[in-house]
Design a protein around this ligand. Structure first.
Ligand code: FEO
Length: 395
């Protein structure tokens, strides 16, 4: 499928309906994804990004139906990660002299991936490339989300090729934001931000202010994953600004793992207590062992506070909880409050270990946490309810 965005610009990417995980098994993609590549035909012909390696042959065969590969004057590599550069190796076998415009950092990362000395042309913010009628303007987007990341703006057509930024792992043949299910789109966009861009929120704010300051006319934002923002393209920019400013909703999320349901019963009782103190707050609970970790990160991203529970096992905590704490530490959430809870039989250090993990992640700790000896009895259940009720005032 090749779809015309404008008279001179075509989408030439790949919609990957089968993709269930991205970044190895790290990020769940329940709705698939796409690898968006764009072909600009001006007096010069330009290819912006490619697709993931498994689709390289198909991508090149499709391109050949559109143009002679030798007609491609310039390749723009906005980012070296292999979901966008994966077809370069095969492409460069066919057109080895074609210049690749990218950041200085991208030269390093592309060489690091492919170990080839292609005809790299380094560009930096403000550099332009004349295509005849229109121009490409490059804007470095360092750490959004790699050191090599870059945006490319096409004058005349007013298109911003933003690569990963403003993307979503969302397969659709509809291509544009105004044509797809809005709740699906919102869910995939916030999940993408929460799991990929959270650590770089300060840079997101700065880059957006820089882009807004340029006062560029903008008809479409064309990311490298998911749909293109055609209707009110600034909406996703404003949404990113909101997400980047320590975003939270009126939500409290409890995540736990449990061996014999003791810690689960604690979670349920804590929720009951929270609801007696605040029946408006959106409380959600997830068993980590049964839930998708990328979805849970999204729920934590939306929360003003969260609780993490694990029974003590082997002087530690269950591995699902340990893994989540590692993710929380890496993502560097801001403006989140949290506490720990869990059952124990003898040594009982699980709650303390969770609390320490949260502190390492820069999370504000609400209290020392709540422990329950053995399986919760009615008295312990009442204690958990009282704990939940008191918690509301602390948040
Ligand atoms: Fe879509 Fe950072 O690659």
């Amino acid at each position: 499928m090749m779809t015309a965005l404008t008279e001179n610009v075509k989408w030439v990417g790949k919609v990957d309906w089968e993709l269930k995980f991205f970044h190895g098994q790290e990020y769940s993609t329940h709705r698939g994804s796409s690898y968006n590549s764009y072909l600009i035909k001006d007096q010069k012909t330009v290819l912006i990004d490619t697709v993931w390696k498994p689709f390289a042959r198909e991508f090149i065969e499709n391109l050949k139906q559109e143009i002679e590969l030798e007609q491609i004057d310039y390749i723009i590599a906005n980012h070296a990660e292999s979901d966008h550069s994966g077809a370069l190796e095969l492409l460069m076998q066919e057109i080895p002299e074609t210049p690749i415009y990218c950041t200085k950092n991208a030269i390093q990362s592309l060489q690091g991936h492919y170990h080839k000395t292609w005809n790299f042309i380094p560009v930096k913010t403000g550099d332009t490339l004349n295509l005849g009628k229109n121009q490409l303007v490059f804007v470095e987007a360092r750490m959004l989300h790699w050191p090599d990341s870059m945006f490319t703006y096409l004058t005349g057509e007013n298109l911003l090729f933003s690569n990963d930024a403003f993307g979503q792992h969302y397969a659709s043949e509809l291509l544009y934001n105004d044509l797809v299910d809005q709740s699906e789109l919102e869910q995939e966009a916030i999940k993408y931000y929460a799991n990929i861009l959270t650590p770089y929120s300060v840079l997101v704010q700065k880059k957006i202010e820089e882009i807004k300051g340029l006062n560029l006319p903008l008809d479409m934002i064309c990311p490298s994953h998911g749909i293109i923002w055609r209707k009110k393209p600034w909406q996703i920019v404003e949404q990113y600004l909101e997400w980047a400013q320590d975003y939270q909703e009126n939500q409290i999320t409890l995540v736990y793992d449990s061996m014999w349901d003791g810690t689960k019963k604690m979670a349920e009782a804590i929720i009951e207590g929270i609801k007696t103190a605040d029946d408006q707050v959106n409380v959600k609970m997830y068993n980590l062992a049964l839930s998708d970790k990328s979805d849970i990160i999204t729920e934590i991203f939306k929360s003003k506070a969260f609780l993490i529970g694990s029974p003590t096992i082997n002087r530690g905590i269950l591995y699902s909880v340990a893994g989540l704490l590692e993710m929380i530490k890496g993502l560097g959430f801001k403006n989140k409050k949290a506490a720990a809870f869990g059952c124990y039989g003898w040594s009982g250090e699980g709650t303390k270990i969770i609390t320490e993990g949260l502190m390492q992640g820069g999370i504000t700790i609400l209290d020392e946490g709540l422990r329950a000896l053995w399986h919760p009895d009615q008295e312990t259940i009442q204690t958990c309810k009282a704990y939940g009720k008191d918690l509301v005032a602390k948040i």
